[in-house]
Design a protein. Structure first.
Length: 447
């Protein structure tokens, strides 16, 4: 398509160039012939016969009113009149191109002799001088058109080749990206597409593709890790349950069926708790993006603190009026899990505070227990990880509560960490304020 378009454009340019060249050459020949004609008229002798012109290539004729050749230059002798009819009184100078079969076209300037000269030499009979030059071979043999056509074809070929090279250079990164994408499979998401330099659309496409692959790779690794831990956590209680049931079937007289049933129910409850927690984590990670709503963290913290009537008392300290955009149900779950965990490990009191820090909302849950060792502060957020003290205080726990809190904080573009404190464990939840949420992210929460 590009070659056809360039050929059409260059053909139009070539035609215009051909016409311009022809007009320029003809104009030059007309002016030269006019000069020869006027010089020849000016050189007429007393008998009205001018001397022959010095240049043999000039075709010059003197004709009378009946278009008969009176005298002519050597090149025009024996030839019929170069043109006809004679110019009239109103238009004494005319430019013509005469072409006869089998002969080269002649560029002719016809000049009518002044009436004064006609009365002086020929008793007033009108006469005219025809001065002409044969067209050059460049025009007569169509060489000009041939040269222009060859130039048009060469320029079209060059333009097509340059366009092909340019398109190939532009699309080469796209081909490299396609080839690399074909190599990527779900079994190996570690590959990345080549990313060209610059900030054009192809570079942005490669950058966005790599970001997508990074998120997919991270998600698949999390799912595989999560699935392996879930299978490991469920395998132990299910294996114990099967052993107990088989033992009850094999040794009916030595086992208490009611005790076996009670043990089976407790094991089933633990498996159900693990599955429920697992579904909660998966729901936060993979659920469709929800429309955020304004959430008053101070009021939410007061409500959750007031609801914790069992165990160690919880004191709420709301220092600032803080409102964010988020999912109220999920944030309630985070505060509930943090407060339950703090009450489990506290000695006498749990404190929850809400305040502003720059463009972030900061929720702090502090207990006065034994605290968490620095090397375990990130491990506690991993699924099914339970420290020794946690297993002692809550044997029925699943180890998914804090993992669910971390996932929910990430979904709200925030962070949840265990920070230093003079006593106990200090969990700090940081969330962007409503005005600080980016426009593209503030409309919907990421999953």
């Amino acid at each position: 398509m590009s070659a056809v378009l360039s050929l059409m454009v260059l053909t139009v340019i070539g035609v215009g160039l051909d016409l311009a060249a022809r007009n320029r050459i003809h104009s030059h020949l007309f002016i030269d012939a006019q000069r020869v004609a006027t010089d020849w008229i000016a050189s007429m002798g007393p008998d009205g016969i001018p001397p022959p012109p010095a240049a043999p290539e000039n075709l010059v004729q003197l004709v009378d009113s009946r278009n008969r050749v009176i005298t002519a230059s050597r090149g025009a002798t024996g030839r019929p009149p170069l043109t006809s009819p004679m110019p009239g009184d109103q238009d004494r100078l005319q430019y013509r191109i005469e072409c006869r079969d089998g002969e080269r076209c002649v560029v002719v300037t016809a000049v009518r002799v002044l009436p004064v000269q006609s009365r002086l030499f020929w008793n007033g009979e009108p006469h005219a001088v025809y001065s002409g030059r044969a067209e050059p071979a460049l025009l007569a043999t169509r060489r000009l058109e041939l040269f222009i056509a060859i130039g048009v074809l060469l320029m079209t070929a060059g333009w097509t080749w340059a366009s092909w090279r340019s398109a190939g250079r532009t699309l080469r990164p796209v081909r490299d990206i396609r080839e690399k994408v074909e190599e990527i499979t779900v079994c190996d998401l570690s590959l990345r597409v080549p990313q060209p330099r610059g900030r054009d659309e192809i570079a942005e496409l490669a950058r966005a593709s790599n970001d997508l692959l990074e998120r997919l790779d991270s998600s698949v690794r999390q799912q595989r890790h999560f699935a392996s831990m879930v299978s490991h956590e469920l395998r132990t209680p299910l294996a114990g349950l099967r052993t107990q049931l088989e033992e009850a079937l094999l040794y009916r007289d030595d086992t208490d069926p009611y005790e076996t049933l009670r043990t089976a129910v407790r094991t089933t409850e633990r498996c159900q708790a693990i599955i429920n927690e697992m579904l909660a984590v998966a729901r936060v990670r993979t659920a469709a993006a929800a429309e955020p709503e304004p959430v008053d963290l101070g009021a939410l913290a007061r409500e959750e603190a007031a609801a914790r009537t069992d165990g160690v008392p919880v004191r709420a300290e709301i220092r600032d009026d803080v409102t964010i955009l988020g999912n109220r149900v999920q944030l309630c779950g985070v505060l509930t899990n943090l407060l339950v965990n703090a009450q489990r490990h506290a000695h006498s009191e749990v404190e929850v505070s809400v305040e502003r820090a720059g463009d972030e909302a900061v929720v702090t849950v502090l207990d006065d227990g034994d605290g968490i060792a620095p090397e375990d502060r990130e491990r506690v957020f991993e699924p099914f990880v339970r420290l020794k003290d946690g297993r002692r205080r809550d044997p029925k726990g699943t180890g998914l509560g804090l993992a669910l809190c971390r996932v929910t904080a990430d979904a709200h573009h925030g962070t949840l960490r265990v920070e230093d404190s003079p006593r106990g464990a200090r969990f700090v939840l940081r969330l962007p304020l409503s005005a600080a949420v980016p426009a593209a992210e503030g409309r919907r929460l990421s999953c």
